[in-house]
Design a protein around this ligand. Structure first.
Ligand SMILES: Cc1cc2nc3c(=O)[nH]c(=O)nc-3n(C[C@H](O)[C@H](O)[C@H](O)COP(=O)(O)O)c2cc1C
Length: 221
């Protein structure tokens, strides 16, 4: 499958067969996450692969509002970000500058905005989350290309996930990702049409023409 085919084929899968996920497939999925881009190449993402059925049941019951996908999928990837990564941000920015991957101006602006190294790590949560989300979607698409199903599960109690998984306090939980062979074949869910997601460029005279509705249409893609 080419990339567009994978993107079109992906669905949120909430019912799974009990068949195990082959180790080779799991490795490929995690490799796709590892290769994701991140701001200043900080790579804050961390993943816990949960296969233990009791642990998955606890995650579903106690931390994911009894979402069946979490209990049923043979693998649940607990997707996290390590805020401690941001302690190395200055070093990382300087390394990037040294290899001229980014301009000195960018590094200067970046360092100014990120504050001192000792700043409360919590201030890095939005950046850590954004970077981790990219890695998660890499995994979702890789899993799809391997014939596996996934479902983003963000309707969770992150603090309960952290307790159940015995995570250090600097590790924040971003989402759960159940992975397994689909036991359902859902139709495409509705998407906005292209004209509904495009904002007119100022000065092109298109603002007056555009009639952007908030209705949900099935995108043609
Ligand atoms: C950030 C995010 C969080 C989501 N959280 C949940 C969730 O907690 N439970 C769930 O069943 N689906 C969840 N979903 C799946 C969405 O409901 C789904 O992507 C959307 O309805 C479109 O369907 P599709 O993914 O099959 O195209 C989430 C999706 C995203 C991107």
């Amino acid at each position: 499958m080419n990339l567009l085919e994978v993107i079109k084929k992906r669905r949120s899968i909430r019912r799974f067969k009990p068949d195990p996920v082959p180790e080779i497939a799991l490795k490929q999925i995690l490799e796709a996450a590892r290769l994701a881009p991140s701001g200043v190449n900080i790579q804050p993402w961390r993943f816990m692969v949960v296969k233990n059925p009791q642990l998955r049941a606890r995650l579903a019951e106690e931390a994911a509002f009894r979402q069946q996908s979490v209990a049923e999928a043979p693998v649940v990837i607990v997707c996290c970000a390590d805020l401690r990564s941001y302690l190395q941000a200055v070093v990382r920015a300087q390394e990037l500058l040294a290899v001229e991957a980014v301009s000195g101006e960018f590094v200067e602006v970046y360092l100014k905005h990120r504050g001192p190294v000792s700043a409360d790590l919590v201030t890095h949560m939005p950046a850590a989350t954004i970077n981790t989300v990219i890695a998660i979607e890499h995994m979702v698409l890789m899993a799809t290309s391997l014939g596996l199903g996934t479902c983003w599960v963000q309707f969770i109690r992150p603090e309960r996930v952290a307790e159940i998984c015995e995570l250090d306090e600097e590790i924040i939980v971003v989402a759960l990702l159940p992975v397994g062979y689909p036991a359902q074949d859902p139709s495409p869910r509705p998407r906005l049409a292209l004209q509904e997601i495009l904002l007119p460029e100022p000065g092109t005279g298109k603002k007056e023409e555009s009639n952007i509705s908030m209705g949900v249409g099935v995108g043609s893609c």
